[in-house]
Design a protein around this ligand. Structure first.
Ligand code: URA
Length: 228
């Protein structure tokens, strides 16, 4: 495993904080200062941060069905945090890989592995997210083609990445996108003159939401790998 990942796994540090400490010469591997964060290390190496032994703990990977009226934040704000539904130790160490709006329901992935969540949220990794969307007006005939080409969102320079639209009924569609700009789905429909009235995320990558609203479970090793 890379040294920066090991430091993250054995502390509450983010990846950038871990890299900073490594580069500052505060981490030793078998007694020698190591400043290269990409160096491969093993559990049985003697790894220390400022002299304190580092011991890696297991990362956590959780799937949750977010209820409407909760926010993707570690603390309650205008709405209660979805973490109120998560009964685990040290929830403040966890973060959400791809937030949903307060009124959006569906699948969220929660982890303390920043490198793993980057694979899910970075547009360059092209991890697909499928949304079930209910609309206030009938879907336009040319919407599928427009979404495939890319949409110019208000305030954005570049077009959205190609998105796949499956029309279920005149006012209900499935939309697959591979990026997660702020309010992206709502803004995409707004750009073609429609309005989202309900939004639900059904899947991320190959993993489908299979728990009831407000419930959660740990991902299986196979699911963790498929999202890596
Ligand atoms: N797009 C949105 O507009 N809202 C969400 O919650 C998720 C994607």
């Amino acid at each position: 495993m890379r040294l920066d990942k090991f430091v993250c796994k054995s502390t509450a540090l983010s990846k950038s904080e871990a890299v900073e400490l490594i580069k500052a010469g505060q981490v030793t591997v078998n007694g020698a200062i190591e400043v290269n964060e990409t160096t491969q290390v093993h559990e049985n190496n003697d790894l220390r941060l400022n002299g304190d032994i580092l011991k890696a703990r297991d990362f956590r990977y959780i799937i949750m069905h977010k209820p409407a009226g909760t926010i993707c934040s570690n603390i309650d704000e205008a709405y209660p945090s979805l973490f109120n539904h998560l009964s685990v130790e040290n929830p403040s160490e966890l973060h959400i890989a791809g937030r949903l709006d307060a009124d959006t329901t569906g699948m969220v992935l929660i982890t303390d592995d920043g490198r793993w969540s980057f694979n899910i949220t970075s547009p360059n990794k092209e991890c697909s997210k499928v949304y079930r969307v209910k609309l206030s007006k009938d879907i336009a005939l040319d919407a599928t083609e427009k979404f495939k080409v890319g949409i110019k969102l208000q305030g954005e320079q570049n077009l959205t990445r190609p998105a796949a639209l499956e029309v279920l009924t005149a006012r209900e569609v499935l939309l697959t996108i591979t990026e997660g700009k702020f309010h992206q789905v709502k803004r995409m429909f707004s750009a073609i003159g429609n309005k989202v009235i309900s939004l639900h995320r059904e899947s991320i990558g190959n993993v489908k939401l299979d728990v009831e609203e407000g419930q959660w479970r740990y991902l299986t090793p196979k699911e963790i790998k498929t999202l890596s």
